[in-house]
Design a protein around this ligand. Structure first.
Ligand SMILES: Nc1nc2c(c(=O)[nH]1)N(C=O)[C@@H](CNc1ccc(C(=O)N[C@@H](CCC(=O)O)C(=O)O)cc1)CN2
Ligand SMILES: Nc1nc2c(ncn2[C@@H]2O[C@H](COP(=O)(O)OP(=O)(O)OP(=O)(O)O)[C@@H](O)[C@H]2O)c(=O)[nH]1
Ligand SMILES: [Mg+2]
Length: 461
């Protein structure tokens, strides 16, 4: 495919040792050559591919030198985008690197959109859509496990599985075609029937297996939405602060201190948590606080995990019991805090109300019990095999939605076979399943979806 030449700063904006301006496209080397001069007078258009060259970048109109650089020349198709690529390695710093970019833009390049380099790798066929999406996941990964999942996907692990399933469906469809073409042979029909059931069942099972990894996969990618709830003053904000190891939330001995919902991202032993501190839930007269309390109830409903905090030095109240009711059926860890104070709570009753959920005692003031809490968070979610190298995870909401739809259409196909529906109608469901799986790897997806996906990328990637 032919595209214009794009350019962007591919390193973060800020002071650093080195910053890179990257160009990709047919004229990448030509544009760079107009700006570059090397000590030996050699032209970049004449150098060997995959070589790096010391020199200076100057404004061709004025001759003024703007940077001292190292320039990498990479000729397509063996490059990240499959196009010619030039990387200009500048001294880190916002001003110089911007001037080099500006010169490239003034001499024939166009500013790249977010993710446009990766988009070209996709459009030029080096990687498929799920691999491109994994590039972004890799950048955003906040834990080792999330990184491993992204790396596996980037290297095509999910793609290969999807391609294999699609191949199975395609072969099955070919058989069906034979049956339709030669309906007079009875044994062909019989064979087709049992083969259809066998193959469709196999595909369905594989899809189900993938979907089973999606909950953990999604948690790894997006973080586990974790909400801290409890009556005012029990130590919710203190808990947030001790899990993130800094004083983010305001802690005071005045009940009702937290008025709004505070959100923080933490890595608890490999479990990424999106941690939400809420305003204490109770009936209140204060209007501002009441809005906060209402918000708390809403975030509660969307949580993956609840950390329910109780006060060890007070007897259980009606509000505590109401909280237990509100979170029943959800994943809950009960935290009985302030164990440094004289105990008034009935721990037996707490365990009963917890109905099998873990109960941890802490003194956040004296930094006691935080280890046990972290342990129970990680064992609650990573019992078993997350991160095991032989498993392919689906983590991306788009992929999960497509797999769920594919599961439904393959089930429709099986039902149809079962009901003795004419075979050319079964064909329709099978074809639809094949298409849905194809969308995961970017086969025949709409251009606007592609634009939308890459728009979420970083600039220069
Ligand atoms: N300086 C620099 N570092 C970088 C990148 C980059 O673009 N520039 N990358 C980018 O984000 C990542 C590396 N990813 C890459 C992926 C594929 C190819 C590539 O050239 N693939 C070719 C040929 C491989 C080969 O030589 O065998 C291919 O797959 O055909 C290059 C980089 C991370 N580090
Ligand atoms: N003795 C003791 N005090 C604690 C402990 N944990 C927190 N506190 C204190 O309890 C008070 C309330 O703590 P916060 O973390 O603000 O409680 P909260 O649940 O966020 O309160 P609201 O935001 O008002 O609902 C503060 O004075 C904390 O220092 C503990 O383990 N022991
Ligand atoms: Mg608070």
């Amino acid at each position: 495919m032919e595209f214009d030449t794009i350019a962007a700063i591919s390193t973060p904006m800020g002071e650093g040792a080195i910053a890179i301006v990257r160009l990709s496209g047919d004229d990448a080397i030509g544009i760079a050559d107009r700006l570059y001069s090397g000590p030996s007078g050699k032209k970049l258009t004449e150098v060997k591919t995959h070589t790096i060259h010391y020199g200076h970048i100057a404004d061709p109109d004025t001759g003024q030198i703007v940077e001292e650089v190292m320039v990498s020349v990479l000729k397509g198709p063996k490059t990240f985008t499959r196009e010619d690529i030039v990387e200009i390695n500048c001294h880190g710093g916002i001003v110089t690197v911007n001037r080099v970019l500006q010169l490239a833009l003034n001499h024939g390049a166009r500013l790249a959109g977010p993710g446009e380099f990766t988009k070209r790798a996709f459009l030029n066929g080096r990687i498929d859509l799920s691999q491109a999406e994994a590039v972004m996941d890799l950048i955003r990964a906040k834990t080792d496990r999330a990184m491993n999942v992204a790396l596996g996907q980037m290297e095509g692990r999910l793609s290969k599985l999807i391609q294999r399933l699609r191949q199975e469906i395609l072969e099955t469809l070919a058989h069906v075609e034979v049956n339709i073409d030669y309906p007079e042979y009875d044994d062909v029909e019989e064979m087709t029937h049992s083969m259809l059931i066998e193959k469709a069942t196999l595909v369905k099972k594989e899809i189900e297996k993938l979907l089973q990894t999606s909950q953990q996969g999604k948690i790894l990618r997006e973080g586990l939405s974790t909400v801290i709830v409890g009556r005012p003053n029990v130590g919710k904000s203190s808990l947030l602060n001790s899990l993130i190891h800094e004083n983010k939330a305001i802690v005071t001995d005045i009940p009702g201190t937290t008025r709004d919902v505070i959100e923080e991202y933490v890595n608890v032993r490999g479990v990424p948590l999106r941690l939400v501190d809420t305003a204490g839930i109770r009936e209140t007269e204060d209007i501002v606080e009441r809005i906060g309390v209402e918000k708390s109830r809403q975030v509660l409903k969307k949580a993956d995990l609840i950390l329910l905090v109780l006060n060890y030095s007070e007897a259980l109240s009606k509000e505590d019991e109401q909280l237990f009711e509100a979170v029943s059926g959800m994943d809950v860890i009960v935290i009985v805090n302030k164990t440094d104070l004289p105990g008034k709570i009935d721990l037996e009753q707490v365990r009963e109300l917890a109905k099998g959920s873990p109960v941890v005692t802490t003194s956040l003031l004296e930094e006691q019990g935080i280890d046990q809490l972290e342990e129970s968070i990680s064992s609650l979610f990573f019992e078993g095999s997350v991160g095991a190298s032989d498993l392919t995870y689906v983590s991306n909401t788009r992929h999960i939605a497509l797999l769920s739809q594919a599961k439904r259409t393959i089930e429709d196909a099986l039902d149809a076979i079962d009901a003795g529906v004419p075979i050319d109608l079964v064909q329709i469901d099978l074809t639809r399943t094949w298409e849905l799986l194809g969308e995961i790897i970017g086969d025949a997806v709409h251009e606007s979806l592609i634009d939308q996906l890459f728009a979420q990328f970083c600039l220069g990637k």
